[in-house]
Design a protein. Structure first.
Length: 219
């Protein structure tokens, strides 16, 4: 079940990442931004898929709950699948994410670096709540099994930092008038996927490096 959650998280994260990668390309050409070649429809589409990508953040909460139940409470996949929770871990985050993605359709507009929900406050609230929940759950688990959980804590912490920085312009409503916040958002938000892969690749790389060093001493 862990693999299913991670695969689902990665699937929705891919939508957001691809939408972010287009940067200003879907922005209406009449906005006179560098690279803008789109129209109102392409702008709405980009904003919609960026919001669909936020489902990955909600699935991160499900993954944190799964880790806590299996590691701290000794639940097995078989036990979990006998309860409604196994389905809710997928249904709830996807429902919330799609609901906010569709609710944002009237508000998707040019936000300088890409098209996104331009409304104040409410688009970011569910994401911030998800970050707090995931961080709290993983922090609780860390107290019990630090070495087992270290990877996921780094992942959650990295997403937490980048999501909060990327959310500042939307929350304040004035952030997109500040070049520093625009630059920070445009740089850090797309890096979420990098840290997602880095914290899982690094342990394997570290093990391989240690093995090569040991081999050099035994030769």
């Amino acid at each position: 079940m862990s693999n299913q959650l991670i695969s689902s998280l990665s699937f929705f994260d891919l939508f957001g990442s691809l939408a972010y990668a287009l940067t200003t390309l879907p922005t209406p050409a009449e906005n006179y931004l560098y690279g803008a070649q789109g129209n109102e429809n392409t702008c709405v589409a980009q904003g919609f898929f960026i919001q669909v990508g936020s489902i990955a953040c909600f699935l991160n909460v499900s993954l944190a709950i799964y880790y806590h139940l299996t590691i701290a409470n000794n639940w097995t996949d078989a036990k979990m699948k006998r309860t409604y929770l196994a389905h809710m871990l997928f249904i709830v985050p996807i429902f919330i994410g799609l609901s906010f993605a569709f609710a944002g359709i009237p508000f998707y507009d040019n936000t300088v670096v890409w098209c996104n929900n331009s409304a104040k406050w409410w688009p970011e609230i569910p994401v911030i709540i998800a970050i707090i929940l995931a961080t709290t759950i993983m922090g609780s688990l860390c107290k019990k099994v630090y070495r087992t959980e270290r990877r996921s804590s780094l992942y959650t912490g990295g997403r937490c930092i980048f999501y909060h920085v990327g959310s500042i312009p939307n929350i304040t409503g004035t952030g997109y008038d500040n070049y520093g916040l625009i630059l920070s958002s445009a740089t850090l938000v797309p890096l979420q996927g990098f840290w997602n892969s880095f914290v899982y690749i690094r342990p394997r790389y570290a093990r391989d490096s240690i093995s090569r060093v040991r081999s050099s001493f035994t030769q």
